[in-house]
Design a protein around this ligand. Structure first.
Ligand code: FES
Length: 156
């Protein structure tokens, strides 16, 4: 059993018997490891007396769960209607070009992930982005780059 498997087993079994324990356990595991590696399915299935398919179904259902490590900074670009109306598609293309990473992917140096999101509740300041945990209204490449730089300076 490798270090990740040991950690997964410990975290997941700690949530057995709790209401919503599978979800809570998966969230805690992802928080600790950074993602949910494939071995999660078998470990969670055994711990919660489920099939691997059931665990896989839960992981794939919730957008917050991810199977690959994300970059140190995650930039979420709103792709919902209010933001589309004021140029979010252009912003996405500009961001992809400027940071050399496609939406839905992580860059080669593993420090940046760009992904779509559907409404950040900042429609009045569209187009909106979320850089780490910081909302950016009327976003453009420059404001997103500044927010990334501020995160880096803050040690995030
Ligand atoms: S539609 Fe983009 S923040 Fe609501």
């Amino acid at each position: 059993m490798d270090a990740n498997e040991t950690k997964l087993t410990s975290i997941l079994t700690a949530h057995v018997g709790q209401t919503g324990g599978l979800i809570t356990g998966l969230r805690a595991a992802q928080e600790a490891i950074g993602y949910l590696p494939s071995e999660t399915d078998a470990i969670a299935a055994e711990a919660f007396n489920l099939t691997r398919a059931e665990v896989k179904g839960v992981i794939s259902f919730y957008e917050d769960f991810h199977r690959e490590p994300k970059g140190k900074t995650v930039v979420r670009l709103c792709a919902a209607e209010a933001c589309q109306a004021v140029g979010s598609r252009t912003l996405q293309r500009d961001v992809e070009k400027h940071f050399a990473v496609k939406s839905g992917e992580t860059n080669a140096s593993k420090d940046l992930t760009v992904e779509p999101v559907y409404c950040l509740g900042l429609c009045s300041c569209a187009p909106a982005a979320l850089v780490g945990d910081r909302l950016v209204g009327r976003a453009d490449v420059e404001s997103i780059a500044r927010a990334i730089e501020n995160r880096r300076k803050a040690g995030a």
